[in-house]
Structures are given as structure tokens and as C-alpha cells.
Write a new protein. Structure first.
Length: 341
């Protein structure tokens, strides 16, 4: 290689590095500008103390999506005043859930070329007690009612449940012992009474029962989705029913609300919300006409909360679980809700 050729290669390399640095600076500047821009007429958000324990009448905690210095932070409002002034605790999450004073927060670490992700465990005062690497874009998060177990789902291939070209990884951790199962694919699958093995098995959308043993989740394989009942002690999952995604177990453990693919709906918006009675396996369609791509959260024994796209990312709505009523806008610019009593 001649001196002239080496010089050209060096100049090209320097130009490439300069380009990468410029893109990184512009990305950071754009994020900062959008983060700090307060939209007139939006919710009032102030810094303060956020605790994962209920106040008088209970609390609603969620990821704040309103533009401004507190965008993406965990915020809290009284459960009976969801449109009230928001208090932001300084912790940013892409997905969040909490129970019994324990929270799981899925975060992004912004790098110069690509982002990485992690799950952090929070105590009742939002102090970090543990960290785990997450292998892809965070999608779902849950904590068991006792606060002992946490689970999260990430996309490791593709970025949407709507198509068929995605792959997920769902982890479960015992926060008492620290034992981490990086993927539910390590569990034995039982379908129709027999062990089932498939290279394309994917799990997502864990929801825990109060007994610290039973959970429900979605299994996707061979072009089908199944509701599975899992056992944390025997490390098995058993199929219960087809065409069930992102189940959410009721407080009394007798029903789940889930999203179901409905024939003839658009490919990018194929779901309808249903309630499933776990004893009779009877399904009830909910009175939400729009496609919901979310894992609903039970507000109480009769109502669930879920997110739909909004002007600044997402808005929260509620609907009755018996199929009656109409959707109700709970609050704007919010996602990943948790009710704390």
C-alpha cells in the first residue's frame, strides 16, 4: 500500500468517525430538546417523592409520557384522581410494574450507535436492589402479588406482536433467592398431556397468581398462540386454550383478560379484548371496539386499565370486564399503569 493510499484510507476513517460523532450529538440533542419541551395544556408534573405503597384511597403509578423534563419518569397520582397533578420520582422506565412494595423497571441505556436494555428491581422507596441484562427491546413486565417474583419480556427479533416474524425472551427471577431463569424456554412444555418440543417456542406476557407458584403466560409456536398455566416449582407449563395473548389474572384468580386475534381485522391491528372464565373457559368480548396491543391491568374486580396510542405516545383507558359499558379515558400521556393500595 502506497503512502498516498494509506493517507486516503486514514482520511476516510476520520470522516466516518466524525460522521458517527455528529449523528450521536444530534440524536442526544434531539432527545434533550424533545424531553425538555413542555406542551401547553398538558398535565402538571412536578418532582417529588414516589413510593411503591398506597396512600389514602390508593395510588396509580405509571410511566409519564407528557413532553417536558419528566418524560418517561415514574409518576404517581391518587387512584381516585387520575387526571390530578403528577408527582415524578426521577426513575425512567420503558415498562414498569409493582406489587407489595417491589417494582420492576425496564430501562434503555442509550449508546452512540445502539441502545442496550436492563431490568432493575426497585424497593418501596425506588432504590435499586438488583440489575439484570435484558436481551432486546422491553415489552412486558410483571411482579407477583407478594413481591417475591418478577418477570419481563423482550423482543429479540422483530418489534411487534402483530406479525409472525418476531421472537421474544421471557425471564423470571425469584427475588428472595436471586435465582434467575433467563428464558421460559427452559421449562418443560406439556400440550395435550404430552411433552412438546419446538425450536420456535416463544413466551410472553406473564401474570402471577397469589400462591407464589402458579402463573399464566402466552406460548407462541407453529403459527398458533396458547394460554399456558405455569408451575414455578416443577418448571413446567401446560397449554390451556388457543388464541390467547398477554393474559392478566383477576385479583380473585378466577378470570383473565386477554387480547385475542379476530378474523378479518387488519393485520396490523388484529386484536380484541376478552375475559376468560378459568373454570368454565367461557369467553366474553369486552365493549372496546379498538384493537388493543397491551397487557391489561386490573383496577378492581370488575374493571381493567389498558393503553392505546395517543398524541404523545399512549393514553390510558378503562373498561368493564363483563362486556357491558363503554371505554372510559382515564388519563392522557401515560403507559404501564400499576394500582397500589
Amino acid at each position: 500500500m502506497t503512502v498516498r493510499t494509506r493517507l486516503i484510507v486514514l482520511l476516510c476513517a476520520l470522516a466516518l468517525l466524525a460522521g458517527v460523532a455528529t449523528v450521536s450529538v444530534l440524536r442526544a440533542a434531539d432527545r434533550a430538546e424533545r424531553r425538555d419541551r413542555v406542551v401547553p395544556g398538558g398535565p402538571t408534573v412536578t418532582s417529588g417523592r414516589v413510593a411503591l405503597s398506597g396512600g389514602d384511597g390508593g395510588l396509580l403509578v405509571f410511566r409519564n409520557m407528557a413532553w417536558g423534563p419528566h418524560r418517561d419518569e415514574l409518576t404517581t397520582v391518587p387512584a381516585d384522581r387520575p387526571d390530578g397533578e403528577r408527582t415524578a420520582g426521577g426513575i425512567k422506565c420503558l415498562r414498569f410494574y409493582a406489587a407489595s412494595g417491589t417494582g420492576i423497571c425496564l430501562q434503555a441505556e442509550h449508546g452512540p450507535v445502539q441502545d442496550t436494555y436492563r431490568a432493575v428491581v426497585l424497593d418501596a422507596r425506588l432504590r435499586v436492589t438488583a440489575r439484570y441484562d435484558v436481551p432486546g427491546i422491553p415489552s412486558r413486565a410483571r411482579v407477583s402479588p407478594s413481591g417475591r417474583f418478577a418477570a419481563w419480556t423482550a423482543f429479540v427479533g422483530g418489534d411487534s406482536y402483530a406479525g409472525s416474524d418476531f421472537s421474544t425472551r421471557t425471564a423470571v427471577v425469584d427475588l428472595r433467592t436471586g435465582r434467575l431463569t433467563p428464558s421460559l424456554e427452559a421449562y418443560r412444555i406439556v400440550r395435550d398431556g404430552r411433552t412438546y418440543r419446538a425450536a420456535d417456542a416463544n413466551f410472553w406476557g406473564v401474570t402471577f397468581a397469589p400462591d407464589d407458584r402458579t402463573f399464566y403466560a402466552t406460548l407462541g409456536t407453529a403459527g398458533h398462540t396458547y394460554l399456558v398455566r405455569g408451575d414455578l416449582q416443577t418448571r413446567t407449563v401446560t397449554t390451556v386454550r388457543t388464541n390467547v395473548e398477554c393474559p392478566s389474572l383477576s385479583p380473585d384468580g378466577t378470570r383473565i383478560v386477554f387480547k385475542k386475534r379476530v378474523k378479518d381485522l387488519p393485520p396490523d391491528a388484529p386484536w380484541h379484548l376478552y375475559t376468560l372464565d378459568l373454570h368454565t373457559l367461557r369467553e366474553t368480548p369486552l365493549a372496546e371496539p379498538r384493537s388493543v396491543d397491551d397487557q391489561a391491568v386490573w383496577q378492581d374486580d370488575t374493571t381493567v386499565t389498558y393503553a392505546l396510542p395517543g398524541d404523545y405516545g399512549a393514553d390510558l383507558y378503562t373498561i368493564r370486564t363483563d362486556g357491558t359499558g363503554t371505554p372510559h379515558l382515564l388519563t392522557r400521556s401515560a403507559v404501564s399503569p400499576t394500582y397500589l393500595n
